[in-house]
Ligand binder design. Structure first.
Ligand code: IVH
Length: 693
């Protein structure tokens, strides 16, 4: 032994293989099962031994070796990759009644002969992620093994960001799945796992403690912390923060469910070595859904990670297909969101913030208090009337509510009658400022409105707010144009409106602090790229009141250009689905103001997209209303709806005497009966298509 170099090399190589297998096994026990069999020191010793051998033989290093979770290399940015299928969100319900209605509808859509059962899962409060697995480059794995090829964030739902180098550092994500495991789990050569990345509470608290000791602002909650972490460009930083991944979907490379049921998918993921949340249950009866939710809510505080509800999914993927999707969410799943949580604290001060619409929002500065694992230090008071309604004095004890997504708010004064010794009343009344705390301009409260607004359209707080909105993700997506840069640009007078973003050049950016050539060029490239953002994003970016992303999309589709939209009357605007008098008035008012028209012209000159593909409409079905029921032989429900609407018809949810036609497919339910009862004409798919030609 020892004299023959060949044998030595051979056994060293075997040892490398054995070490990798051991390390993977112990990582699985520790990070997925929460049941370690060796301590940290023993684990570190194995890792060091492997690192030593790989150091001597760099040619043996494979990307899926446990030593390779952290590349250590900072990424330049994340590239954008289209999802196999859009990553959608879920519709919410908040009460038993709403859930009952959802259940009723799901059963109705599934049809009378369907075998309806649900899978309940916890709704983990993190960010969703798509992981792609498949064979690596040739020769990197033993036959039949697959490895993590790519990790994508949700992004805008259609296109995500490639954060593979960061995902690799999450120890509960397997980098490689052996042929044996794959066989045991019944997985093909390529598949996609979707799930949630979460930051456990302990890690979150530790991270915030560290940030505060470094003088950095703490993250607001574990979800933001997880999202921020996964998007940092330093895999080393990501590796230090403990993130977890829980799988909840198993898809084929086309993004369709791989197995006939969701329960089978969760079992297969477990068998393949993924962390799958153990709190899940297959349920048939409605009352058991309620029981599951109640238990989840009771369990909520002791889990060590945040959940904000329960997700209920139809188990059979065949039925999921039948129910299909509404615009942004599946009909076959729903999120039951938990009610918010409360705590009592003391209002130490009241500050006033100025938003992008000029609105002044009073904010209570609280003595720090934990609510469900989070330290809350501020809570919104909405407006002056709200402070009056609460009868709030500075120094009062208050009950603070933390809902799911919303910022904490003050709901009542504790011991308002002043007799509660533990909660004595405050003494200092709050006086609403008459001048903007940011620019000093006059503050106005219009007749009939609850809000005070800064009248100065060029108030730095307003401009900063509009710039940040314009540049943000989901709007114009100008990466790198965050608070730090925007504040400096405003202070130096380099920008005065969103249009000025397009007049920035390298020299201007280099004059800012902490911006080097590389960052400046990257930002300029992002700005240039935003010129190709579709019209609806530009519209959304303008920050017209009540015009969110979805409304902007519908407006762009309907009018096809900025000019047509600007020329539209309120009546024409209201022809757009979801646009009512409040929205149309706000749009008309926005475009009637001279500074806004000027801004639009400057954006046109900057070369932004001012036209979009118009939705084709004909008039064949004008004035007719349709109700769809059952499964049609070739068209999905969305396609049928689209066809009817494109021909000027309307699609309603329920049958009445005013319904022109009911279009019925296989397993049509009560709507068909109703139509027959009321004598409404019934068509099949061929009949519908016949009307259209
Ligand atoms: S299913 C279309 N299951 O909640 C499918 N989502 O509003 C939707 N989430 O974006 C996803 N736990 O980030 C699903 N067990 C779970 C979940 C879950 C958390 C998140 C996910 C999604 C959001 C839906």
């Amino acid at each position: 032994m020892g004299s023959d170099k060949h044998t030595n090399t051979h056994s060293a190589q075997e040892r490398v293989g054995a070490l990798r297998e051991l390390l993977r096994h112990h990582e699985y026990l520790y990070y997925v099962m929460d049941a370690p069999e060796i301590d940290d020191l023993q684990y570190d010793a194995l890792m060091r031994e492997l690192q030593g051998l790989e150091g001597e033989h760099p040619e043996w290093v494979t990307p899926d070796s446990p030593t390779q979770r952290v590349g250590g290399k900072a990424a330049d940015g994340f590239s954008k990759v289209a999802h196999s299928r859009p990553m959608l969100s879920l519709d919410n319900v908040n009460s038993e009644a709403e859930l009952r209605e959802w259940d009723r509808r799901a059963r109705e859509l599934a049809g009378p002969s369907a075998d309806v059962s649900y899978v309940c899962e916890y709704k983990l409060d993190g960010l969703s992620m798509a992981l792609h697995f498949g064979p690596g480059e040739e020769g990197q794995e033993e036959g039949g093994a697959v490895r993590l090829l790519r990790g994508l964030t949700r992004g805008d739902g259609s296109v995500g960001e490639d954060v593979t180098s960061n995902v690799r550092t999450i120890k509960s994500v397997p980098l490689v799945i052996s042929a044996k495991q794959r066989e045991k789990a019944g997985l093909p050569e390529r598949f996609e796992v979707r799930g949630e990345v979460v930051m456990p509470l302990a890690g979150f608290l530790a991270m915030n403690e560290e940030r505060e000791s470094l003088g950095q602002a703490p993250a607001a909650n574990p979800r933001n912390a997880a999202a921020g972490t996964i998007r940092t460009l330093e895999p080393n930083v990501v590796a230090q923060r403990r993130l977890d991944f829980y799988g909840y979907f198993l898809l084929d490379p086309e993004g369709a469910p791989l197995l006939p049921t969701q329960s089978a998918a969760l079992d297969a993921l477990t068998a393949a070595g993924f962390r799958v949340n153990p709190h899940r249950e297959a349920i048939r009866e409605f009352d058991k859904l309620l029981a599951f939710i109640e238990k989840a809510e009771a369990n909520r505080t002791g889990l060590g990670y945040e959940i904000d509800g329960v997700v209920i999914k139809l188990d059979q993927t065949g039925l999921q297909r039948r129910l299909g999707y509404t615009g942004k969410a599946p009909r076959w799943a729903v999120a039951y969101k938990f009610a918010s949580r409360f705590a009592v604290s003391v209002v130490e001060d009241i500050k006033v913030q100025v938003g992008r619409t000029g609105k002044l929002t009073p904010v209570a500065v609280l003595r720090p208090v934990g609510i469900g694992g989070i330290t809350v230090t501020r809570a919104t008071l909405h407006n002056e009337d709200e402070i009056e309604r609460l009868g709030l004095l500075i120094g009062d004890s208050v009950r603070v509510e933390r809902g799911g997504d919303v910022i904490p708010k003050v709901v009542e004064v504790v011991g308002a009658d002043g007799t509660d010794k533990d909660h004595p009343r405050g003494t200092r009344p709050f006086v609403f400022p008459e001048h903007c705390p940011v620019c000093g301009a006059e503050v106005k409260r219009s007749e009939g409105e609850a809000d005070h607004r800064c009248v100065n359209a060029t108030c730095p707080a307003r401009v900063a707010g509009s710039l940040l909105h314009f540049a943000s993700r989901g709007v114009m997506n100008i990466e790198g144009l965050g608070e730090a840069v925007v504040m400096q640009l405003l202070e130096r007078g380099l920008v005065h409106s969103v249009a000025d973003i397009y007049l920035l050049d390298e020299a201007k950016l280099l004059s800012l602090e902490r911006i080097g050539k590389k960052t400046a060029d990257a930002l300029l490239a992002e700005i240039a790229k935003s010129r190709t953002a579709p019209l609806y994003r530009v519209l959304y970016g303008l920050g017209i009141r009540f015009v969110g992303e979805r409304t902007a999309e519908l407006l762009a589709e309907e009018f096809g250009s900025m000019d047509a939209l600007m020329a539209a009357t309120q009546e024409e605007l209201e022809r757009v689905n979801e646009v009512g008098p409040r929205v149309s008035a706000s749009i008309a008012e926005f475009f009637s103001e001279e500074p806004n028209r000027k801004l639009v012209e400057e954006l046109r000159a900057a070369g932004l997209q001012f036209t979009a593909k118009k939705r084709e409409r004909t008039e064949e079905l004008a004035g007719l209303s349709f109700v769809l029921t059952g499964t049609l032989p070739t068209l999905t429900r969305e396609q049928a709806k689209e066809k009817i609407e494109s021909a000027g018809g309307k699609v309603a949810g329920s049958v009445s005497k005013k319904t022109s036609y009911v279009v019925a497919g296989e397993e049509a339910g009560s709507k068909l009966e109703k139509a027959q009862e009321l004598g409404v004409k019934v068509l099949d798919e061929a009949g519908l298509l016949g009307l259209l030609t």
